[in-house]
Design a protein around this ligand. Structure first.
Ligand code: IPE
Ligand code: IPE
Ligand code: MG
Length: 260
């Protein structure tokens, strides 16, 4: 019986039905409600949310997931009370400072996606520093979506492509989906196979709009601070039970022997 890691390697070379998703994308929702239920400030929930994120990062890394994208702060979250926004900025800063040695130990390559110029300069510099320090890591690629919006991502990709039509002679008539995919902030990474949202809401909230086109969607009522390795395994089990058809018929999928 192959381990999860071996299974993933087998799948990469083709043949077997994949049990473990290559790319997992998570909307970590429910921190505020979790804190409120305990008569605590919302920031307390965000701090506990960091613990849940650590567990999930470790479990994904151990399972052989290649890429994990965590939605940490949306382009719409600036609308929240100033105190909460300030608390979140300070939390990002302290978590980056504290967790870098552990990321290096576990060979985790960290990247941020989103409009980083919206962050305080100190935080921008820290993000850049940690990205540089971990860029040679060969394990899990951890993407933190911060000041991220799916619409923002598509817009910046379109702008980039329009520039290329002017500076690199790219012909508008030749523009393809592949060009747009390559201009997104997730360029070069596999598309998410599994989307997880905790906290009971069943919506995408402007997360990876283009990239989620064929992701399997998994929703759980568990609030993010309560989510852990077991919750992740349940999501993986649900994923493994799905038949991914990509527009084909179930029979076609069975004859080619692949569901992803
Ligand atoms: C998600 O939890 C974390 C962020 C958006 C930063 P919430 O803060 O949205 O928690 P709820 O949805 O209010 O419970
Ligand atoms: C989505 O959660 C964003 C993050 C988890 C960072 P929200 O709590 O902001 O989403 P809505 O407002 O309920 O759609
Ligand atoms: Mg929420």
């Amino acid at each position: 019986m192959a381990t999860a890691k071996q299974q993933n390697t087998l799948d990469k070379v083709g043949g077997a039905t994949r049990q473990i998703p290559r790319h997992v994308a998570v909307v970590m929702d429910g921190n505020g409600r979790w804190a409120k239920a305990r008569f605590m400030p919302r920031l307390f929930g965000h701090k506990r949310g960091v613990e849940a994120a650590r567990k999930v990062i470790r479990a994904c890394s151990d399972a052989g997931v290649e890429c994990l994208t965590l939605f940490a702060f949306s382009s719409e979250n600036w609308k929240r009370p100033q105190e909460e926004v300030n608390g979140l900025m300070a939390l990002f800063m302290s978590v980056l400072e504290r967790e870098t040695p552990s990321m290096l130990r576990h060979q985790i390559r960290l990247r941020f996606i989103g409009e980083r110029s919206g962050f305080p300069e100190q935080l921008q510099a820290k993000i850049y520093q940690v990205e540089q320090e971990t860029c040679h890591c060969t394990g899990l690629t951890l993407l933190i979506a911060a000041n991220y919006g799916g619409r923002w991502d598509i817009m910046q990709a379109v702008r980039r492509l329009l520039e290329q039509t002017q500076t690199e002679g790219l012909d508008i008539a030749d523009l393809s989906e592949a060009h747009l995919t390559q201009a997104l902030s997730t360029a070069g990474l596999p598309e998410p196979d599994l989307f997880i949202r905790t906290g009971g809401e069943q919506r995408i909230s402007n997360f990876l709009l283009w990239q989620l086109a064929y992701a399997e969607l998994y929703f759980t009522d568990k609030l993010w601070p309560e989510f852990d390795e077991e919750g992740l395994q349940q999501a993986f089990a649900a994923y493994a039970s799905r038949e991914r058809r990509f527009g084909m018929t179930g029979e076609q999928v069975k004859t080619t022997g692949r569901s992803c």
